[in-house]
Design a binder for this molecule. Structure first.
Ligand code: ATP
Ligand code: ADP
Ligand code: MG
Length: 139
């Protein structure tokens, strides 16, 4: 069983929480851990440290620390890739073209406020799960 970190970002949590959680469950994922919390600016900077120096880094940190997000560990065979597929591409305009059923095609406002996060590989998944949930045993 593989694990990934999924985050319902602030604006999507306020507006689309139930539909997103339903899609996760219908996708066959087990939600192994769940925690609703607001990231501090410092935590948001650390969470997205790979993007430090990019033009969208400051807006990204503002966005991710504005209010609560829903942090989840999703568990399933091939969870990392499957969750990325269900989310769709980073930019919702691309998502609407190539993956119209994806969550970002349905719920993202724009490339910054794009509703969801999903780890991009297994190593990132382990690192970000530990960052959010600490040293836990899953399952
Ligand atoms: P995430 O890491 O949140 O799952 P992602 O892997 O699809 O998203 P990244 O390239 O890691 O995208 O970018 C992280 C986040 O930064 C994006 O989800 C988006 O919110 C924001 N972002 C990325 N690129 C841009 C950009 N060019 N302009 C504005 N915001 C961006
Ligand atoms: P993903 O979220 O698909 O893994 P990235 O890791 O590349 O994408 O980016 C992380 C987050 O940064 C994105 O989810 C999105 O919120 C934001 N982002 C990415 N690219 C842009 C962009 N060009 N403009 C604004 N925000 C962006
Ligand atoms: Mg990313």
């Amino acid at each position: 069983m593989e694990h990934t970190l999924a985050v319902i970002k602030p604006e999507a949590l306020e507006e689309h929480r139930d539909e997103i959680v339903r899609t996760i469950q219908e996708g066959g994922f087990v939600i192994s851990q769940m925690d609703e919390k607001a990231l501090s600016r410092e935590m948001a900077e650390e969470f997205y440290k790979e993007h430090r120096g990019k033009p969208f880094f400051d807006p990204l940190v503002d966005y991710m620390s504005q209010s609560s997000s829903l942090m989840m560990i999703l568990s399933k065979e091939n969870a990392v890739e499957e969750w990325r597929n269900i989310m769709g591409p980073t930019d919702p305009e691309v998502a609407k073209e190539i993956a119209p059923e994806s969550l970002r095609a349905r719920f993202a406002r724009n490339i910054l406020q794009n509703a969801l996060h999903g780890s991009s590989n297994q190593s990132q998944a382990m690192e970000k799960i530990q960052f959010v949930f600490g040293d836990i045993t899953i399952g």
